[in-house]
Design a protein around this ligand. Sequence first.
Ligand SMILES: C[S@@+](CC[C@H](N)C(=O)[O-])C[C@H]1O[C@@H](n2cnc3c(N)ncnc32)[C@H](O)[C@@H]1O
Length: 313
Amino acid sequence: MQLRQALKTGLKTLVESGVPSPELAAELLLMHVLGRDRGYLYAYPEAEISEEITRRYFQSVAERATGKPTQYITGHQEFWGLDLEVTPDVLIPRPETEHVVEAVIDLARRQGFDRETPLRIVDVGTGSGCIALALAAEFPRAILFATDISRPALDVASRNAARLGMAERVKFLERDLLAFFLDARAPGQGFNQGPDESFLSAFDFVVSNPPYVARGELDKVQREVREFEPQLAWGGLERGDEIYRRLIPQARAALKPGGWLIVEIGYNMGDAVAALLGDGWADIGVQPDLAGIPRVISARKGSLIGTRNEDHA
Ligand SMILES: C[S@@+](CC[C@H](N)C(=O)[O-])C[C@H]1O[C@@H](n2cnc3c(N)ncnc32)[C@H](O)[C@@H]1O
C-alpha cells in the first residue's frame, strides 16, 4: 500500500472514532511504525510500505481508536526537548508542566545561581521523571532526588535517567512525598546519620506536579485520561487538594531557609493552594500557562514571624 493511502485510511478510522487531533495521531503512528520523521511522510507520499508495516500501522490505529493515547502506543513523549519513555504506569508528561521547570530556572537566576551551581532539588511524584530529568539537564551540577509511591513509575523514570546518561545524578526513591528526608531527621530513624542529616534535607527547591483531580471533577477529565492514565497519578481524590495539604508543611521542613516550593496546580486551584501557604511562606506567586490559566505556584520559605511578602529569612 502507498504511504498516502495508508494515512488516508488510518485518518478515516480515527475521525469516525472521534479521536481528538486525528491528523496528528495518524501521522505520529505511521512515523512510529516506519521509524521515520514527518519530513519523510511529506517527501515520499507515494512510497510503498510493506505488508508487515501496514499491518502494524492499522493495528496501532485500531488501538488509538479505542481511546488509548498515542504516547502509550508509540512509548514516547517529548518533554523539555528530552525524549522520554512512557508506559501506562506513568502520566504522560504535559507541555504545561514545563512551566514548573521554567519557574525553577527563573527563580534560580534571580538568586544569582547559574548552571554550575550545585543546587539541591527534589521532585515529588516524579512519574516518568520528566521534571527531575529536565532540571538535571538544565543544572548539570545539581544534586537531584525524585520520589514516587509507584514502583512501576520509578522503573520507567530510572530507565529514562539511564538512557539520558543521568542515572548517576538523579536518585529515585520509592517513598511517600518527602518522608524519606523527614524521617532522616527523627532520632533513631532509617537515615539519621549524624552530621549528614541536615545536609540530607536542605533543599534549594522542592518541585512537584502532584495528583489534583477531585472526584467531583471527574467529568472534566478527558476519557483518555480516566480510562488509560494511572489514577494514582492524576487524582480521583476526595477533595483534590489533599496532596498540597500534606506536601506544603513537609516542603517547609525540607527546604533551606529561603528555598523555594514550586508546584503545578489544577485550573481552578490558585486561590485554594495559595491559601494553604500560611505563615512561614513569602513571595507567593502564581504563574499562568500559555492559555492564561493559573498553572504554577511558587513560594519561598520564610521565617515563621513576619508577614508573607516582607520577611526574607
Ligand atoms: C500528576 S503525576 C506527575 C508525574 C510527573 N511528575 C509529571 O509531571 O508528568 C503525580 C505522580 O505522583 C505520584 N504520587 C501520588 N501520590 C504520591 C505520594 N503520596 N507520594 C509520592 N508520589 C505520589 C504518582 O504515582 C504520580 O507518578
